[in-house]
Design a binder for this molecule. Structure first.
Ligand SMILES: [Zn+2]
Length: 98
């Protein structure tokens, strides 16, 4: 058994072995009563996922950031056409796709 499970018995899997009558020694899966071996199938995604911290790198956030960069690049190209920038000045990194 994992040492920290002795400290927190409520976080232990509730499945019981039919033959021996002993309780499973694995920790519960996130948001479930049992461990992953005993049928925990509750898959958490996006905001409910256990590793979700700030949402900075979610698919939606990445798409929004990419859209913003594309807009900035368009403005930069407009500025180049209007002569706002010196010849040879460049943005950092490669231009965004699309
Ligand atoms: Zn179990």
């Amino acid at each position: 058994m994992i040492p920290w499970l002795k400290k927190y018995p409520s976080k232990r899997c509730t499945a019981v072995n039919r033959r021996s009558g002993l309780r499973c020694k694995n920790p519960k899966a996130f948001g479930c009563k049992t461990c992953r071996y005993h049928g925990a199938r509750k898959i958490q995604t996006s905001v409910n996922a256990p590793n979700y911290i700030h949402g900075e790198n979610t698919k939606e956030a990445l798409l929004e950031r990419r859209r913003g960069l594309r807009e900035l690049y368009k403005l930069y190209l407009l500025g180049l056409m209007c002569g706002m920038y010196k010849k040879g000045s460049r943005l950092r990194g490669r231009p965004p796709k699309g």
